[in-house]
Design a protein around this ligand. Structure first.
Ligand SMILES: *Cc1c(COP(=O)(O)O)cnc(C)c1O
Length: 180
């Protein structure tokens, strides 16, 4: 876990755990934000998750299982999450924003720095689903530094899922869920 936390720029007190796959990592992330929201505000009846429509179905499955309302919002013309559209969809009940690095359907990086700023401004979590990118993007040659920053070095990124059974080349049934 230390190797992964280091690789993805987590601060020294970051933490994480193994899960059985990307879906479970996302399920547990959403459950964690829900439990934290309930601990902070027991009155909050229906916490809300705002996700671009490119987000992995596991976010919507998690919302269904754990009693959140999932709000799915349109992506921009480049299939990226649109921070302005996501900001408009947020309410007082919003506890979490979802983003992908990269998304499974189109393989594009969402604008994580702008989403991180939005999450900090509104005091909500930002889960970056790097199930696909967590163990591939850090090793991608990027001499011009053109890649959108997406890991814990971006302020406001509060958790990341990274699959070991994809580009970590582990056997099926291995993913990691990391928290800042
Ligand atoms: C694979 C993947 C998931 C889900 O992972 P499973 O390991 O199939 O449960 C979630 N998000 C993205 C972007 C993925 O590529």
């Amino acid at each position: 876990m230390g190797i992964l936390l280091n690789l993805l720029g987590a601060p020294p007190d970051g933490g994480g755990n193994m899960t059985s796959g990307g879906t479970e990592s996302i399920l547990l992330a959403v459950k964690t934000y829900r439990d934290q929201a309930h601990a902070r505000n027991p009155e909050l009846a229906l916490p809300q998750l705002v996700a671009p429509e490119s987000a992995h179905p596991a976010f919507f499955k998690a919302a269904h299982y754990f009693g959140l309302e999932a709000v799915s919002v349109p992506v921009d013309s480049g299939f990226r999450a649109d921070p302005r559209v996501m900001a408009r969809a947020m309410t007082k009940r919003t506890i979490l924003l979802a983003a992908s690095a990269p998304s499974f359907p189109q393989g594009v990086l969402d604008p994580i720095p702008r989403l991180g700023a939005l999450a900090l401004e509104r005091g909500v979590g930002l889960h970056v689903d790097a199930c696909l990118g967590g163990l591939s993007l850090p090793f991608l040659p990027d001499p011009g530094r053109k890649l959108t920053p997406w890991d814990f070095l971006v302020p406001g990124v509060s958790s990341i899922s990274a699959d070991l059974h994809k580009y970590g080349y582990a056997a099926m049934g291995a993913s990691a869920l990391l928290f800042r």
